[in-house]
Design a protein around this ligand. Structure first.
Ligand SMILES: [Zn+2]
Length: 414
């Protein structure tokens, strides 16, 4: 399967300038096309659009200083955005999302196809710039970037990006199976951390309830529970971020202090995002790699109503609650990303991931099937059925329900 490795690179000031110049030109070309399309021009497809590049070069000769393959990649990227839009529109989505112009403050990712890159010698990669030969003298010499980690051996393409701290990165896309098996054996003096293999139970099943308070609560065929905590620092980070933002908003726009605080804000939010992603990676890796059960079951999130809708006559307290909750769902939680990580990691480690309906799994008692309302603040399930009297953590009960539903198989077709 295709994987991606992102490696930080070190470049000289001059090379950084070349990267900035090229991304700006690529973005300009992209945005120019988006504006044309927004004004009602038909998208001719990447093949025909590519042919207009010659005219664009004539209009803006500075484009010649950009490596040609990067410019062509702009058309592929736009084509993908347009195809996505057509697909969503055909599916009848209310907001099909027409491609948008890329903002100036974001680095426009540069994609190099691998066949035009030289082989990498001692972790140094040469990224070509435009110009030379029939294009006239080169404005910028080819970029020489030092990779801070070992790149994969055979890769398909390389994407250059930048983060909020002005660090540049190369992301290598590669096929898992193309890498040689005896990693490190042909490189003396270098020992790689070997991936440990954990035993797998072929008939093992584990079902996970995904939630806000605990990221995942699992129940397996041997009656064991797993609790996976998730990222804890939302509150602390959000408090910091709110404080910085309110300080900034009291400053005059574009003033030195304003710009400084904007930078700090970006830095802190980036740190928060990274910590959180790291945590999701670890949790999904734990489920896909460490656990012995071969079958992993989770509930279908698309059926869940997680966002609180605005009420007409809400009290300030309700309003605050809605804001906190929705911020959690939209920005902080990352559960959708978690499911995606889980999907590819399960595929990679040879596990079978099943996504089944989670309807009533929180409301229903797993012992007697009695259903009762479970508002979010009720953390413990206390069965109202007097003959049953089950008392259990709500997430655990829900995980058991998911497990039982999976074992029972799909409901009879109606
Ligand atoms: Zn019960």
């Amino acid at each position: 399967m295709l994987l991606c490795k992102k490696i930080k690179i070190e470049v000289s000031d001059r090379d950084a300038e070349a990267l900035e110049f090229m991304q700006e030109k690529c973005r300009g070309l992209y945005n120019w096309w988006v504006m044309k399309l927004r004004n009602g021009e038909r998208w001719p497809g990447w093949h025909k659009a590519k042919k207009t590049l010659r005219a664009s070069r004539k209009y803006d000769p500075e484009l010649n200083a950009v490596y040609g393959k990067l410019l062509q990649e702009v058309f592929f990227r736009l084509d993908q955005a347009m195809q996505g839009f057509f697909r969503r529109a055909a599916a009848g989505e209310q907001k099909p999302g027409f491609p948008r112009v890329k903002p100036r403050h974001q680095f426009f990712t540069l994609c190099y196809p691998a066949m035009y890159l030289d082989t990498i010698v001692s972790n140094t990669i040469v990224l070509p710039t435009g110009g030379g030969r029939k294009w006239g003298p080169k404005c910028y010499p080819n970029i020489v970037a030092h990779l801070t980690e070992e790149p994969p051996e055979h890769f398909h393409e390389v994407a250059v990006s930048k983060d909020a701290h002005w660090n540049y990165y190369c992301s290598f896309v590669y096929e898992d199976t193309e890498q040689s098996d005896q990693e490190g054996e042909n490189k003396p003096g270098r020992r790689r951390k070997k991936r440990k293999h954990y035993p797998l139970r072929e008939d093992g099943i584990v079902a996970f309830d995904l939630g806000i308070k605990t990221l995942a609560t699992g129940f397996n065929d041997q009656g064991r529970f797993y609790h996976i905590g998730g990222f804890k620092g939302y509150r602390w980070y959000n408090k910091q971020l709110d404080k910085i933002r309110s300080k900034r908003d009291r400053c005059k726009k574009k003033s030195r202090r304003y710009i400084h605080l904007s930078k700090v804000y970006k830095r802190v939010s980036e740190r928060k995002r990274r910590k959180q992603r790291d945590c999701l990676h670890k949790a999904s890796h734990f489920i896909a790699h460490r656990l012995a059960e071969r079958a992993v079951v989770i509930g279908d999130l698309s059926q869940r109503q997680m966002v609180i809708k605005k009420q007409e006559d809400e009290t300030p307290k309700e309003r605050r609650k809605r804001q906190i909750r929705n911020r959690l769902v939209y920005n902080d939680w990352g559960l959708y990303g978690f499911v995606q990580m889980l999907e590819y990691k399960c595929l990679r480690f040879g596990k079978a991931l099943s996504i089944i309906s989670e309807r009533d799994t929180t409301r229903m008692c797993h012992a007697c099937k009695h259903k009762q309302d479970m508002p979010l603040w009720k953390r413990t399930y206390r069965c109202e059925n007097e003959n049953c009297g089950l008392v259990m953590d709500r997430d655990e009960n829900s995980a058991v329900n998911l497990y039982q539903r999976f074992v029972a198989g799909p409901p009879p077709h109606r």
